[in-house]
Ligand binder design. Structure first.
Ligand SMILES: [Zn+2]
Length: 341
């Protein structure tokens, strides 16, 4: 397993005694045996790794795709996934798991699952499936969907532009009120735990319970931003598909981080407000590829004048003003003017 992992990372790997039958069932296995320099002693590698395995797909109409004796069989006819010899190296040994609905959905959209990865997740055996689909991006219409990734405080700004005019514009994010409440609850609890520790009650039942409560609040905030990231990525890609729009993404979040710093927010709050933004961009890109949405990354500034390039000054109500040409717009709308250029 470890050697396959290394081979995938581009290292030359010599596999001394991997049976041919298993080599063939590893997805994309490359045998580097011949490239081993004479006299090199194979090293022992210890690694936790995910093993990519070949799959056989049996479609509802009975047609088959993939390797005939693959260890992972996706049977869409009987809605079941069969794992051969994966959990026990014994001929004919099979584990059956129900077919997840999302797999059926991806397949019905024309996707394919060429390989599966088997490994441990939270110390439990886990089968990870990845659907692939090759789609030619559509020819964009006269619509542009501009997405400016900010922070969760002011939300992710998006604008729908048609023939050089801004049709709709919004900034969306999770409830900052809820994040704020959870944050203060977590900080308060940590403070109590700190006090208990100072009087050497840090290991008491009470301290442990309060520490758990604080921890659950931190992870809840993280989950809120993660769910919002997935929700928004899906919403925006569907919008792009609907209008056959060209997707323009600005994923540089430095301006937003600077703004939060200027507001003198504590570093851990800033970290929370910036969490899962990379995940959002990654999901947006993955979905755009899946649905054939043409997209481009472009800088859409919010502190530079889109008319004359002069630096903008922020006035009351997060409104940006250009002292050179008189341009004026809400801060989150400025990037949309850059997309219009
Ligand atoms: Zn200007």
């Amino acid at each position: 397993m470890a050697l396959t992992n290394l081979a995938y990372r581009g290292y030359e790997v010599w596999v001394p005694d991997l049976p041919k039958a298993i080599q063939h069932q590893l997805y994309g296995f490359r045998n580097f045996k011949s490239s081993l320099a004479f006299g090199t002693v194979p090293k022992r590698w210890f690694a936790e790794t995910w093993v990519p395995l070949k799959t056989l797909r049996i479609h509802p109409d009975g047609s088959r795709k993939g390797s005939r004796n693959a260890p992972v069989v996706l049977d869409f006819k009987n809605s079941v996934i069969k794992l051969y010899q994966v959990c026990m190296n014994e001929r004919g040994y099979v584990v059956e798991v129900p077919m997840p609905k999302w797999v059926v959905d991806r397949i019905s959209e024309g996707g394919d699952i060429k390989f599966a990865r088997v490994g441990l997740k939270d110390n439990e055996p886990y089968l990870a499936l990845a659907a692939e689909r090759v789609v030619e991006p559509y020819q964009p219409s006269d619509y542009i969907l501009a997405v400016d990734v900010n922070s969760w405080k002011y939300g992710i700004a998006w604008g729908l532009i048609r023939s050089g005019k801004l049709v709709t514009w919004r900034a969306e994010g999770p409830s900052t009120f809820l994040i704020n409440t959870l944050y203060h609850q977590a900080v308060d609890r940590e403070r109590v735990v700190g006090k208990l520790r100072r009087v050497s009650y840090g290991d008491s039942m009470k301290a442990r319970r309060i520490r758990e409560q604080a921890k659950s609040r931190w992870s809840r905030i993280y989950r809120i931003t993660r769910d919002k990231a997935y929700f928004l990525a899906s919403k925006l890609v569907r919008k792009a598909v609907k209008y056959k729009a060209l997707l323009i993404i600005d994923d540089v979040t430095e301006e937003s981080r600077k703004e939060l710093l200027e507001e003198k927010l504590p570093p851990d709050v800033i970290k929370l407000l910036m969490s899962n933004l990379k995940r959002f961009v990654h999901q947006l890109e993955a979905l755009a590829q899946w649905y054939g949405v043409p997209y481009r990354f472009r800088r859409l500034y919010s502190t530079v004048c889109p008319i004359c390039g002069h630096e903008l000054t922020q006035v009351e109500g997060r409104v940006m003003v250009c002292n050179n040409c008189g341009f004026r717009a809400p801060r989150d709308m400025v990037p949309m003017y850059w997309a219009l250029r």
